[in-house]
Write a protein of this length. Structure first.
Length: 174
């Protein structure tokens, strides 16, 4: 059952990402921007040849392209290995892995088809602060990683409390 959940969410995340990118790429010119919330949020068509925040965009395309195609494939294999060890009832982890893989698939699809990733969600504060543009795949990846981080912290706290309790019991016996 966990694999069904995993693949359904993965496919939905990738499809939503691709649908929004297709709309932007067919409705906007490169660099075109539309104010949605003035001085705060725009839809802006950006072609990102790098990864997050344009990192690696200046790297030679002969190195960058295979690297940016290989990385999500390796990540997908790692995610599947982690999913294999995940309990059937650990829905939060399953959904997290799905979101990460779905986002990676959405951006990978762009790289293979277009040679770049379509970014368009553009947050800023007037002209004083500007966050790099991103897309639905990036949101999916960040949500998945964020939930996994929260789960890891919660498990770590539970283990620390259990260990402290065990240490307290050992000291009272001595």
């Amino acid at each position: 059952m966990k694999y069904k959940i995993f693949f359904v969410i993965l496919i939905l995340a990738a499809m939503l990402d691709q649908a929004t990118k297709t709309y932007i790429a067919t409705s906007f010119s490169i660099g075109e921007s539309v104010d949605v919330i003035p001085n705060f949020f725009n839809l802006t068509y950006i072609q990102n040849y790098g990864v997050a925040f344009g990192f690696l965009a200046s790297l030679d395309p002969l190195i960058r392209t295979p690297l940016l195609i290989l990385f999500p494939l390796v990540a997908f294999v790692v995610i599947l290995m982690m999913l294999k060890g995940t309990r059937e009832n650990d829905l939060f982890s399953i959904v997290s892995f799905s979101l990460i893989a779905g986002g990676a698939l959405g951006n990978l699809s762009d790289r293979i088809r277009l040679g770049f990733v379509v970014d368009f969600l553009d947050f800023h504060y007037g002209s004083q602060w500007h966050y790099p543009a991103f897309n639905v795949a990036d949101i999916s990846i960040c949500l998945g990683v964020g939930v996994l981080l929260i789960l890891t912290i919660r498990v770590g706290r539970k283990e620390a409390k259990l260990k402290a309790h065990q240490n307290t019991r050992e000291h009272t016996k001595a």
